[in-house]
Design a protein around this ligand. Structure first.
Ligand code: ATP
Ligand code: ZN
Length: 283
């Protein structure tokens, strides 16, 4: 049985559970339970504080876990990142009081910086030849400058609204983070196989999220042009319409090219374009 550690409650929990569900793995979780077994996959889930997940996985108490890359890198535990998961994206940034002058990273020379991420910040400062004093604090980092504890902070930012409301401005991005699936360095062959099975499903879910199914109608003479715009997984499906001289084309497009492709299709003579989500996608 593969033991999977998930955050009990917090910014990773909902998206982690959604991913597990989309991988077709279900379980009944009595609220507040710390452990539960999946109904239809040889897996057991442990619900933990996110900060504890790298250590549980490094120690082999859990085989894999879902956690923020920021926590994994800061923790320096002996785990490997098996897959980046693309959710809970945020950045670790340095911020200073708003209105204070900043002439680039040299302005941090000799300053005091409060953070819960002393390792990541320390590496960043070293790489940039900045000598600053790091004050490690575990929470409410954003109030450190206003109470005179530090000149600057280094903390997680997603929209910047917390910085804003504390009178701070972001001046350097130190690290980009997202949720990752980590694994213990030594997995038995049997567990390795289960992990591969899980990774295969995660990949199918991620591919589906990044792609859309597209259907459109077009006069037969523009089919070659449209086939060029819509390569799809192999090539588009072409079906004749009841109306003489017209066809329906079906294909797959990438989410990030969506608007550009739609414009090209319209310009080429496509009509009645439908775009629908894909649930799972295997190449
Ligand atoms: P726990 O109670 O489990 O210790 P926590 O309060 O330490 O939780 P959360 O705030 O739930 O942690 O954040 C968990 C992870 O989610 C962070 O380590 C980071 O990777 C990511 N994260 C943090 N803030 C944001 C945000 N504003 N937007 C998106 N992701 C975020
Ligand atoms: Zn935490």
């Amino acid at each position: 049985m593969l033991r999977i550690a998930l955050q009990k409650s917090g910014r990773l929990s909902d998206a982690s559970l959604k991913l597990i569900k989309e991988c077709g793995i279900s379980f009944t979780n009595g609220t507040g339970k710390l452990k539960t077994v999946a109904d239809n996959f040889p897996a057991e889930f442990l619900f933990l504080r996110d900060d504890d997940i790298p250590r549980y996985v490094a120690d082999g108490v859990a085989d894999v876990g879902i956690v923020g890359e920021n926590v994994v890198v800061e923790d320096r535990s002996a785990v490997t990142i098996a897959q980046k998961l693309g959710f809970s994206k945020c950045r670790l940034s340095i911020a200073i009081p708003r209105g204070e002058s900043y002439q680039g990273i040299e302005s941090l020379q000799g300053r005091h910086i409060a953070t819960s991420y002393p390792n990541i910040l320390g590496d960043f400062l070293k790489k940039n030849n900045i000598k600053a004093t790091i004050h490690e604090i575990s929470g409410s980092v954003e109030i450190a400058p206003s109470i005179g504890l530090a000149d600057a902070i280094c903390d997680i930012v997603s929209t910047g609204s917390t910085l804003m409301s504390n009178g701070l401005q972001e001046v350097e991005v130190v690290f980009h983070s997202q949720a990752v699936l980590i694994q213990t360095p030594t997995l038995s062959n049997e567990k390795q196989k289960l992990l591969q099975k899980l990774l295969f499903r995660i990949e199918a879910v991620q591919n589906a999220r990044n792609n859309k199914y597209i259907l459109l109608n077009a006069p037969n003479e523009v089919i070659p042009k449209i086939t060029e715009i819509l390569p799809g997984m192999k090539s588009p499906t072409i079906l004749p319409l009841a109306m003489e001289g017209w066809s329906s084309l079906h294909s797959v497009i990438q989410e990030d090219q969506f608007w550009e492709i739609i414009e090209q299709l319209k310009a080429a003579g496509a009509e009645g374009i439908l775009v629908v989500p894909i649930e799972k996608m295997i190449y």
